[in-house]
Design a protein around this ligand. Structure first.
Ligand code: THU
Length: 165
C-alpha cells in the first residue's frame, strides 16, 4: 500500500500587505458581517466575491428560528453572485467574522472581528466548488485580525472533492 501526501500551498500575510483591491474585498466582507442576521448564534459572518467584471457581490449569514433553514454568508454571496451575474466567473472570495465574547457586550461590533480567520464549512466549500468547476479558480481570502490566509482555490480547501457523475 502506498502512502500519499496532499500538499496545499497557502499564503499568510497581514491585512496591510494585501493590494488595494483585495483590501477592498476584505472590507466589504467585514461590512457584510456587520449587517448579518444572526440573532441565535450571535456569530456574524460576511463574504464578498470579486466577479470577473470587477464588481463585488456580498452576503452574510441569515439565520432562522428553524435553525437548518438558515444559510451561511458564503452561500448567500455565491448564490446571489450567480443570480446577479449568470455565467460570470467568480475570481475571489473574502470571508470575515465577528462575535462578542463574554465581557465584550459594550464593545462596538466593528472591534470584535475574530483574531484567527474562520474557514468556510463543508457545505459552502461544495457550493463554491460548483462555480469554480464551471468557471475557473476562486481564490479564498480568510480574514483575521492576527493575519490573513490565502488559498489558491476552493478545491485546495476540499481535497478529493466530488465534481462530476
Ligand atoms: N457560518 C457562516 O456563515 N459561515 C461559515 O463559514 C461558518 C458558519 C454561520 C452559520 C451560522 O449562522 C453561524 O455562522 C454559526 O454557525
Amino acid at each position: 500500500m502506498k502512502e500519499k501526501i496532499i500538499e496545499i500551498k497557502i499564503k499568510e500575510c497581514a491585512f496591510l500587505e494585501l493590494d488595494s483591491e483585495d483590501r477592498e474585498l476584505v472590507e466589504t466582507a467585514k461590512r457584510m458581517a456587520l449587517g448579518s442576521y444572526a440573532p441565535y448564534s450571535k456569530f456574524h459572518v460576511g463574504a464578498a466575491i470579486r466577479m470577473e467584471n470587477g464588481e463585488i457581490v456580498g452576503g452574510s449569514n441569515q439565520e432562522n428560528v428553524a435553525y437548518p433553514s438558515g444559510t451561511c454568508a458564503e452561500r448567500t454571496a455565491a448564490y446571489y453572485a450567480s443570480a446577479r451575474y449568470p455565467g460570470m466567473p467568480m475570481r475571489k472570495i473574502a470571508i470575515a467574522a465577528w462575535t462578542k465574547l463574554h465581557g465584550e457586550e459594550e464593545k462596538a461590533a466593528s472591534e470584535c472581528f475574530q483574531r484567527k480567520p474562520i474557514s468556510p464549512c463543508g457545505a459552502c466549500r461544495q457550493a463554491l466548488l460548483e462555480y469554480e468547476s464551471a468557471y475557473g479558480p476562486i481564490e479564498v481570502i480568510l480574514y483575521g485580525l492576527d493575519g490573513v490566509f490565502i488559498f489558491p482555490s476552493v478545491a485546495s480547501l476540499l481535497p478529493f472533492c466530488f465534481t462530476e457523475f
